[in-house]
Ligand binder design. Structure first.
Ligand code: PXP
Length: 249
């Protein structure tokens, strides 16, 4: 049987990070979302953090209008963000842990400690036909508990595997992901993955059973800077040269 393509949802948080560095309007992550989809992305992912360090409420509202493929909203289980997510009605929410001081989402959700709250959130989102995904470590118990919450998807945190990539630990971290994916599929959970993936370490990940979607952000935005720099430096040089010689100054 031929396997379906694995979908790519581009996480555009770091376009917003650059915008927030100046507090202005450029670069607009909504424009970034349009470009990603025009060039093959199957969907767009953003994380509306409680501290609003990158994505803003206005981005979420506009993305809901603009995104043509899947719109996946990452969120912590806070009442304020829940309210915004329930008003926005994205295609999918991915529930993630959130700590104020972290640089990025560190580790998966503690589904055991928060099982009740997650189950209640799942019911509220399902009433609005929003799919729910839980961002978890590739851990068999976490997979089982996730199923009990009623969530549709689990997204495996690939960060530890990515950190181990190219080291002697790579094989065992990959095995952990493969085993957890087997279990998820066996009990009827759908499988996504993400965090720290790039064009090299993603290749073994594609062998995971049942994998439907990858959420990739940092490596895409990083590579975009270097792929884009030659053209924009040439553009600026051309403007300087042209207007110097044209006598506009
Ligand atoms: N999936 C989730 C749940 C995340 O929190 C993140 C980071 O925001 C990603 C995927 C994407 O990770 P990266 O930016 O390292 O590709």
């Amino acid at each position: 049987m031929q396997r379906r393509d694995v979908l790519l949802c581009v996480n555009i948080d770091h376009i917003a990070t650059v915008r927030q560095a100046r507090g202005g309007t450029e670069p607009d992550p909504v424009h970034g979302a349009v470009l990603c989809e025009q060039h093959g992305a199957d969907g767009i992912t953003v994380h509306l953090r409680e501290d609003r360090r990158h994505i803003q409420d206005r981005d979420v509202r506009l993305l809901k209008e603009v995104v043509r493929g899947k719109f996946n909203l990452e969120m912590a289980l806070s009442e304020e963000i829940m309210r915004i997510a329930l008003e926005t009605v994205p295609h999918q929410v991915t529930i993630v842990p959130e700590k104020r001081q972290e640089l990025t989402t560190e580790g998966g959700l503690d589904v055991k400690a928060h099982a009740d709250a997650i189950s209640k959130a799942v019911i509220r989102f399902h009433e609005k036909n929003v799919l729910v995904s839980l961002f978890i470590e590739p851990d068999l118990e976490a997979v089982e508990i996730s199923k009990h919450t009623g969530a549709d998807f689990i997204e495996f945190h690939t960060g530890t595997y990515c950190n181990a990539f190219g080291s002697p630990l790579e094989k065992s971290e990959l095995a952990r992901l493969y085993n957890a994916a087997e279990k998820a599929v066996a009990i009827g959970l759908r499988v996504n993955a993400g965090h720290g993936l790039n064009t090299e370490n993603v290749i073994p990940i594609l062998g995971m059973k049942g994998l439907e979607e990858l959420n990739i952000g940092h490596s895409i935005v990083s590579r975009a800077i270097f792929k884009g720099l030659p053209a924009v430096v040439r553009e600026m040089k051309d403007v300087i040269r042209h207007f110097t010689h044209a006598g506009a100054v």
